[in-house]
Write a protein that binds this ligand. Structure first.
Ligand code: F0G
Length: 547
């Protein structure tokens, strides 16, 4: 009866298309579990979590012990990936030679495969000869090295004297830069005046911290659609091109490099379009300023370009990735995200790029800094087995089936929250859901009450861990009152680890959020007991409920 079989096969096949909808369940996950981890705590242990949270952790979710979380731990998608069997297998055969281990060559090779041949050493696999790849133990170590060496290189040309801003600089940009200069100056003593400005669509907090640490001024230039909360614009991660053009035209010499963070983690995890990336390239090329990616979630960004941008629907993810990286002079990356690794980071410099040309000594100085702080360039702070796992992770991460599952799961999670009446930032990004705390409290919460902190604390008692990325993480304390970040962001983030949770786990977290939302008028504010005026304060502060 071949016709009946053909009929059923065509029925099965027609459902494949339906399952492209975010709500589709027809298509199974493209992998199955090879290992699982049972919890050693129960959802019903509410009072135990309350005690730990208040007495041990001081309402700081970073300080809460993970083994007491029975639900979803969505504090970060960083380093929390469940690795594949192939990655674990690669780790077992890891080569722990002190210099030039096997994993090093595999990672170099794979970086060239993934990001394109320009990111592979031109001279083959020789070590120490104009190598584009600099390995670090994680993203922020790479950032720290980049800005340490950059500030030294800039100093070599003599630090510019403070000078007034050009009258061509847009007034709102000028006032934002001046505010940031004041903030950076507040962290130092003496007559030093920060001069250099490093713009981005939005810097991550550690990038910002590393820039400020070298007395440079980080400046976020998110696109208009982002500031207007445009929920229908898929590329809300884009950079504001007019502002960038104005900054580079009116303040030449003040900008040592321009950044685009893919995807835009701070702004909502949304992607940056290929068009925007190419326009930034064009503007920076015209003004002779180097252009870098903070590339942590490059594969998720490429998935969105394929899905949403005209002309990319039939392209391979791998090709889109290479086209993206063709545009930049360098990038740094935390492999703890789209490297699918639990540890690792890197800086990559294009050999003939604008950055290398402008700072010809940079690579050499960077190697020295790397040797002093991380290790020999052939392992850069990682074990040989980690390098092997990363090479394997970079091979997996651009798989279309993996990315479909990854991003669509995020969309189902977000849709579930929306269905339950929770205000989330839209469109939904690739790695996390951002709950809009101002809207969650209907604008009734006062900034001083730091309701985002109260929200994450109560949710931990319920059994799930989210992360405040809003007034506390990005704002500051001026000695008298809280100063919200500019532009204002007030979110709580649920970042989903890769290959770790199933929909039902995430939906359980959504139910707990709904309970809080239903009774939001009873959520108390918090007072800061420690750390309010510290830099990177959200990692260290302690709070208590105002009852
Ligand atoms: N850049 C971006 C865009 C990031 O999201 C992160 C880390 C880093 C740099 C720093 O990398 O953690 O390896 O040192 N983001 C994590 C998060 C911590 O939770 O969003 P790292």
């Amino acid at each position: 009866m071949p016709n009946a079989l053909d009929f059923f096969i065509s029925q099965f096949r027609s459902h494949l298309d339906l399952s492209n909808e975010p709500s589709g369940y027809y298509r199974p996950r493209p992998y199955r579990n090879a290992s699982v981890r049972f919890r050693n705590c129960a959802l019903a242990d509410f009072n135990e979590r309350r005690d730990i949270l208040i007495n041990e952790a001081g309402l700081n979710t970073f300080l809460f012990r993970a083994d007491k979380i029975p639900g979803c731990d969505l504090l970060s998608d960083s380093g929390t990936t469940t690795m594949t069997s192939e990655q674990w297998a690669a780790m077992i055969v890891g080569d722990e030679a002190y210099g030039s281990n096997e994993g090093y060559f595999e990672l170099k090779q794979q970086v060239g495969e993934t990001f394109g041949p320009d990111w592979r050493q031109k001279s083959g696999l020789r070590v120490g000869d104009r190598e584009p790849l600099f390995i670090f133990h994680q993203g922020r170590a790479a950032e720290n090295a980049l800005f340490t060496v950059l500030s030294r290189e800039l100093k070599k040309t003599g630090f510019p004297k403070p000078k007034p801003f050009s009258s061509d600089l847009l007034p709102q940009l000028r006032s934002r830069i001046e505010n940031r200069i004041r903030a950076v100056k507040g962290q130092t003593v003496g007559p030093f005046e920060p001069f250099f400005v490093v713009p981005s669509n939005s810097h991550f907090d550690t990038t910002e911290g590393n820039i400020e640490d070298k007395f440079m001024v980080p400046l976020n230039l998110p696109c208009r659609e982002h500031l207007e909360n445009n929920e229908n614009f898929p590329f809300r991660g884009n950079m504001d091109l007019e502002a960038l053009e104005n900054l580079l035209a009116s303040e030449p010499g003040r900008v040592p490099l321009v950044y685009v963070t893919i995807t835009n983690n701070t702004g909502g995890g949304q992607p940056v379009s290929m068009e925007n990336i190419k326009r930034v390239r064009e503007i920076t090329r015209r003004h002779k300023v180097p252009f870098f990616f903070d590339a942590c979630r490059f594969a998720e960004n490429a998935w969105f370009i394929r899905e949403e941008e005209k002309g990319y629907g039939d392209r391979r993810i791998g090709d889109i990735v290479r086209e993206m990286f063709d545009q930049v002079d360098g990038f740094h990356i935390s492999f703890k995200k789209d490297g699918l690794g639990n540890i690792g980071g890197a800086i990559c410099l294009r050999e003939d790029g604008a950055f290398t040309k402008r700072f010809p000594q940079f690579a050499n100085e960077l190697t020295d800094y790397q040797i002093m702080t991380e290790g020999h360039p052939t392992y850069g702070g990682l074990a040989g087995r980690d390098l092997k796992a990363l090479a394997e992770g970079l091979r997996t991460v651009t798989r279309q089936d993996y990315l479909n599952l990854r991003v669509r799961q995020m969309q189902r999670f977000g849709d579930r929250l929306t269905m339950l009446g929770i205000p989330i930032v839209r469109p939904i990004g690739g790695h996390a859901i951002y709950i809009d705390i101002d809207k969650f409290f209907d604008g009734a919460g006062r900034d001083e009450e730091l309701k985002g902190i109260s929200f994450t604390s109560l949710l931990l008692i319920a059994g799930h861990r989210f992360c405040e990325l809003g007034l506390y993480a990005f704002g500051s304390f001026d000695g008298r009152k809280e100063v919200p970040p500019e532009p204002r962001v007030n979110n709580v983030r649920a970042a989903v680890p890769r290959l770790t949770y199933e929909d039902r786990d995430l939906f359980a977290a959504a139910e707990a959020v709904k309970i809080l939302h239903d009774h939001r008028d009873r959520i108390p504010g918090v007072r800061v007991d420690y750390g309010r005026d510290l830099k990177l304060r959200h990692f260290k502060s302690r709070f208590s409920f105002i009852m």
